[in-house]
Structure formats: C-alpha cells, structure tokens
Ligand binder design. Structure first.
Ligand SMILES: [Zn+2]
Length: 608
C-alpha cells in the first residue's frame, strides 16, 4: 500500500512537471461584453497565450460549487470559434458535452463564444438591459490542465451601466479589469455589472461592500448596524476574519430567496419589499448570517471532498450535514448572540425545526450521512415522493449541531461549546494542514473538546435515523420539550393539494397516513368526499378548509368515500381515518433550574 502511494505520487509529480512545462508561459485573458443585453447574451472572448501544444481542450464547468447538482452550463453556450493572433480561424471540434478541442493552437489563440443567461437564481448567470450577473461557473471556460493558472477579466459594461461589484482584485492601471490568481478563485468570484446601489461598512477589521440590485425598501443605516453585529459575532467563533474585503451581492426580486457562498463574497436573492416587515427583515439577516458563516465553514474549513473541486463531475461527501447543517444552526445562534433574536424566540424556533424534521416521514428513511452523499440526485431534485424518502441535511444537520452543542457544554461543565470545535478544526485543517477534514477527524475533534465519546450520537443521529431524544439534551439546560399532540385522537388524512386549472389535485401523500394506506395517489383529482364537492380555492388555507369540513364530526376509524379522477377515469376510494401522527413541540424552561442547569443554559444562550 505504502509503495503504491509513493509510486503514484512520483508519477503524479512527473506528469505535473510535463504539464506545467507545456503551459509554462501561459496567460489567459477574458473579455466580457453585452452588445444586446435584451437578448440575454454575454459575449466571451478568451485569449490564451504561450501554449506549447498542438491542441488544447477547453471546458465549461458542469456545476457551481455550493449547489450540489449537475447543471450542464454548456447547454447555454453557442457560437464557439477560435482564431490565432494573425486572425486565422482555427478548427474547433466538440469532443464531449462540455469540451471543445482547439487545434493548431500552438503559440496562442482566442476562443470566442456566447452564453445565454436568463435563469434567475444565485448560481446561474443572468443578463438583461438592467444588469449582468456573471455567475462564473456558468460563463468562464477553462483550459484542461490549466486550472492553476492566473486569469484576468475585462468587463465592457453595456451603455449606461456604471458599476462593477466583485470580490476579485482590480488590476492597477487597467480599467474594469480584474485578476484571479487561479481558476478556483475565478470560479468562486461572481461579478455584478449594472447600476447597483453600493454601500460600505467596516467590521472586524474587514471592508464590507453591499451591492443591491433591483431596488427595495431596505434601510441602509439599519443594515450596516445589524450586519456589523453578525460579522463580529461570526468572527468571534473562529477567532479571525481571513478576508481584507468582502462583497455581498444582493439580488432583490419580486419574490424568491436563496444564497450562494464564496470565499470573499456571497450572492443573496431576496424579496425586494420584505425589508420592512419583521419576518422579512429577520429572514434577510438570517440569510446574511448563513452565507457569511460559510466563508469559514465550507469555504475554508471544509470536508475533504470539497476542494480542490472537480468541475466536471459530482464531488461526493457525506459531510454536508456539517457544511450546511451546522451553518443552519449557527445562522440562528448568531442572531441570538447579536441580540437580533430574543433568546425565548430562538428556543421556540427550535421547537418548530424539531417538529418539521420529525413530521417528515423521510426522516425515518434517510440518514444525515446519506442525505449528504445523495445531494446530487435527491436534495436538488425534489419530487412527489421526496418527503417520504428523504430528509434535508440542512434541517437534520442543524439539529445534530444543537445536540452536539448541548452535549459539549454539559460534558465540560459549561466551559466549552461547539464554537471550540469549529475554531480548533479551522486552526488544524484550514490553517495548519491546509486541507479538508475527514469524517473521523471531525468526530475526533468533537470528542477531544468534549472529553467524551460521540459514538452514540453519531450512530443514532448521523448514520441511523433514530428520532432525536430532545429531552435528554435539553434537560442539561433545565428545559423540557412537550409534545402537545402526544395524545391526539384527531383524525388525519395525510394529503396536500394544489389548485390546478380549477381542480383540486393531490401534490403529496404522506407515508403511513390514511390516504397513503388506502391508495390516494399523487396527481389524483379530488372531486368530492362523501358526495360533497371539494372546491378548488387557490389559497392553500381555503382548500385546507374544505378538507376540515369533510373531517368535521369524524373519528379515527370512520370511513370517507372519495370520488376522484385518475388519468381521466372517475372512481370511488374508501379511506379509513387514522390518528394524526404529527408532533407539535413546545419548550418549557424550568423556572428554578439547578446551578448546573443554569450554567449550561447561560453558556448555550451566551447569557451573562
Ligand atoms: Zn449554506
């Protein structure tokens, strides 16, 4: 085994020497322009100099790191052509879904292509007359074998566009030109071009820029104040803020939300008119806290499989429950520490998170470990049966973080918490070893900090699908978890519906429910129950009211006669009502906790 590894390393070394020799003097310069933004195209010119090969393969990434789905960005590419420095056309041949082979490329060549950019999201490029959003993995190609080479990007804004916002460093003396030391940095640095509203603040010694596209009812001064608090609390977890500059690119949409993390920037998608409602504003701050926390957790402290990236294939890891789940836990913890969520509301919110996981039948089918590994085929491809077979590594991972936090605090007599693990992992693997961590290494650090085994927590909650014993962990802090539905005899159908063309159509059937057992299916049109028409109101609440009416005065064990249409055939199905299995948690804090419980509670909630 040892010999094999050495030989392999030697081979790799020789191979890399040859490769870098071939590309020694190479220089790669991109120019982006938007001659017809109303058609949603960005024109890309990629000039490659100093090649010593007869042909090169130029490739488009197939996915955007942070968003674990093969998106096939090459499908938006067209008009690929190449020429040499004297303007002579060079032959270009497509050799795979995302590869263009340029022949006679010795010396230098320029590759020109266009990319159609019209999908609104934080991880896909978008161009219209108002702005250009360059999501880099969807726009920039790379030369096979040259990921480690530097590149420059010159942006030629469309007429009237006056600003460029990006985490990339500007090149001195060259207008609108930016430098990336390698393609990992280039692919990690989105660029916003247009007339965005830009404001700045300094926090934790770092210069922060916020670039707001799309308008919105935000209050800059309030945002500066609250975002500063978030930055400072997050920096305190890891003990340092590794950036000099950090850019928030915020896309304000009519509706919608999302975020994607990068090394020294992030892209946030939010509803433009949500800032002045309490829930909307808090939701924005939560998104800020989440994506900004990623600059450490996942962008630097990362599972070993997540970097250096393979941009052409799935990158499998079983640790997204840490990368995303822990970040989801901390987004809430940080807002509580920053005084932006009152402690009581933080605790109540966890009750809702716990119920959401436990009430999803898939939480008994898929583990946090498996949810992470299968992100590529499941998390980003939800379908009608997903709730019955999967659990999100975000929500389950967040609860595992909660349990581990409480376990560490209890085991160390309230001297340490999960922060100590995150900080020690960051020091050991990002700073000292300069690599990602393995499954075993993360667990070892938890055990080192807590001074006890985490075997059982891993076995039950990471690898297995056991329901979390919340009362065990919350009892450390003198808090009990009550299930208000424990003795419910309330009958329950187990279906969700949508309104489609004036019809009531089943969108989900919950595993184990009455509807599931008796054969109501996804896509069935529900016409009537017990001979009474079910009306297709457009709002979910009104449609739910129709089903409440059908259940009025019914008990568990009673039969309902469903009239449905399935693929155009009308039929009757009897459904025997079952009890509602869903939990409804409520947190009750002991008003006279022991000194030990109070110490755990204070440490957990960062209370003085
Ligand atoms: Zn995330």
């Amino acid at each position: 085994m040892k010999i094999n590894i050495s030989l392999h390393a030697l081979f790799l070394f020789l191979f890399m020497s040859v490769t870098s020799g071939a590309f020694a003097a190479s220089k790669i310069e991109f120019t982006l322009s938007f001659p017809e933004p109303q058609t949603h195209y960005v024109e890309v010119s990629m000039q490659v100099d100093g090649l010593a090969k007869d042909f090169v393969d130029v490739k488009m990434p197939v996915w955007a790191p942070g968003s674990y789905l093969i998106r096939e960005f090459a499908r938006n590419v067209e008009a690929v052509s190449a020429k040499n420095s004297s303007g002579k056309s060079l032959p270009v041949e497509k050799t795979s879904k995302n590869t263009w082979r340029v022949r006679s490329a010795k010396g230098n060549f320029t590759l020109n292509y266009r990319v159609y950019c019209f999908e609104i999201s934080v991880r896909t490029p978008f161009v219209d007359t108002k702005h250009g959003f360059i999501s880099p993995t969807g726009v920039f190609m790379f030369v096979d074998g040259m990921i480690n080479h530097p590149a420059t990007v010159t942006v030629q804004p469309y007429k009237g566009w006056s600003k460029i916002s990006t985490g990339l460093e500007p090149v001195a003396g060259r207008a609108n030109t930016f430098y990336a030391p390698d393609f990992d940095i280039l692919f990690d640095s989105p660029i916003e071009v247009g007339n965005q509203d830009v404001f700045a603040f300094n926090a934790a010694g770092v210069n922060y820029e916020v670039a707001m596209y799309g308008g919105g009812n935000y209050n800059k001064e309030r945002l500066k104040k609250d975002m500063t608090k978030i930055v400072e609390e997050e920096t305190a977890v890891f003990g340092e803020n590794p950036n000099k500059r950090y850019v928030f690119l915020v896309h304000n949409y009519n509706v919608g939300s999302g975020g994607l993390e990068h090394l020294n920037s992030t892209v946030l998608g939010v509803a433009r008119n949500g800032y002045d409602t309490e829930a909307g504003y808090w939701g924005f701050l939560k998104l800020v806290a989440h994506e900004h926390f990623h600059l450490w957790n996942v962008k630097r402290l990362r599972p070993i499989a997540l970097g250096p990236f393979d941009y052409e294939n799935e990158n499998y890891t079983t640790n997204l429950w840490i990368a995303e789940g822990f970040t989801s836990y901390y987004e809430k913890v940080i807002l509580e520490r920053a005084g932006l969520t009152p402690p009581e509301r933080f605790v109540e919110g966890l009750a809702g998170d716990m119920a959401a996981v436990d009430n999803q039948p898939g939480s008994k089918v898929q583990s946090a470990n498996d949810a992470s590994f299968d992100a590529w085929i499941k998390q980003y491809r939800p379908a009608e049966n997903s709730k019955n077979t999967t659990i999100s590594y975000y929500s389950k991972g967040s609860l595992i973080a909660l349990v581990m936090d409480l376990e560490i605090i209890q085991a160390t007599n309230a001297k340490k918490n999960l922060d100590d693990v995150m900080k020690a992992m960051y020091e050991e693997y990002y700073k000292k070893k300069k690599r990602g961590y393995t499954d075993a290494e993360f667990k070892a650090m938890l055990e080192k900090v807590a001074g006890k085994s985490f075997d059982q927590i891993y076995q039950d909650y990471v690898y297995d699908t056991k329901t979390i014993d919340y009362n065990k962990y919350f009892s450390y802090a003198g808090i009990s978890v009550v299930n208000d539905n424990a003795n419910s005899s309330q009958p329950y159908l187990g279906i969700a519906t949508d309104e489609k063309n004036g019809k009531v159509v089943v969108s989900n059937v919950s595993r184990g429910s009455a509807a599931y057992v008796d054969g109501i299916n996804f896509n069935d049109e529900i016409i009537a129950i017990d001979g009474v028409r079910i009306n297709a109101y457009q709002s979910d609440a009104q449609r739910a009211g129709e089903f409440d009416r059908a259940l009025l005065n019914k008990k568990v064990g009673n039969k309902l006669k469903f009239t449905i249409s399935r693929d155009g055939l009308v039929q009757q199905i009897d459904v025997t009502l079952r009890a509602n299995p869903n939990v409804k948690y409520r947190m009750v804090a002991d008003t006279s906790p022991t000194a030990e419980e109070l110490a755990v509670r204070k440490k957990w909630l960062s209370l003085k």
